[in-house]
Design a protein around this ligand. Sequence first.
Ligand code: FES
Length: 345
Amino acid sequence: MNTEIPFEEFLNQHDEEAWSATLATLLRSIHEVERTATQIWFAFYPLSLFRALQQSEDRDKLVRQLLLQGDYELKDQIDRSHKFLYGHRFWPQVKAAVEQHAGSFNQTSRNSLADQILAVAHNAAQAARKDDSLLIGITAVAFMTVQQAGLTAFKSAPGTIGIDDKHAKKSPEQILRERAKVDSQGLLGFLKTVNKQFTVTHDENDDKAKYKLNDGQDLAWGAANDRARDWVAIDSRRMEGPIPVECRSASCGTCWVGVLSGADRLNDVAAREGKKIKEFGYIDTAEPKPLIRLACQAQAQGAVSVVIPPWNGQFGKHLRALKEEAQALLADQPQTDRRANEAVN
Ligand code: FES
């Protein structure tokens, strides 16, 4: 008997809102080192966009319409989309625990999505001999990956860790200490009012993935001076440094980043950035220092650590229109039912 399909069916009963509620529940139990990273990952791989593409009659046309570029599909990056999460180092144990859960999934189980994630994270944590709090975020990521990529593809992935031993051995406390560091401005640096320089880290698992920028420069401006590598060879969108950019004026959405640490060391979101980032579909919040920013608008006032998503697009308006359409259909439903009943009587 195939017991795997019911697990996928169970996952598919959950939409973006259900996942948001699940994440809100889980965040309380997720380790500090992982809390922001988990939220960034879920912003990078929105279920509503996946579903819009899946249900589209002409997928290629929609991809063009939404200006999607890069790796936006989880099925193509099952083992690596979450390299920036601390829990990535436990991916083999998490993957095995999720597969085991899917294989023995009890269709009649009334356990909520959050409870199932907590239970699977606990099993994986026991296998890894770590605290549950370090594996809850990555387990939630694994569940969403199954939902978007399908269980067959998930199981087919090799389940490898994509970071080296040196970084894999770092403790959560070590990483938190590194994130809290402020850039020394040298002797008497506290007197400096000009020429202050700050460090931007764009991959915490790579010691060379850092660049400097001057006080008040935006993240994309600073990145353009980083010629340490052939960035285009790594990602064709990276024409000027590690962060992909095009317009530099909050018009294209190419330069979005997740802010792992130092969100409070960036300027407040200005009106244009706030409006455009919502239109692009990356985040919908009124927070002045959110975890997703446009690098061409976010100006550093201290050291920050960011994550660069492997894709970009403009899908916010489209998803909102789909949602409104679905709500209108739902609102019409009782009237239709009433009319049908009246006809019968
Ligand atoms: S480069 Fe176009 S929005 Fe930032």
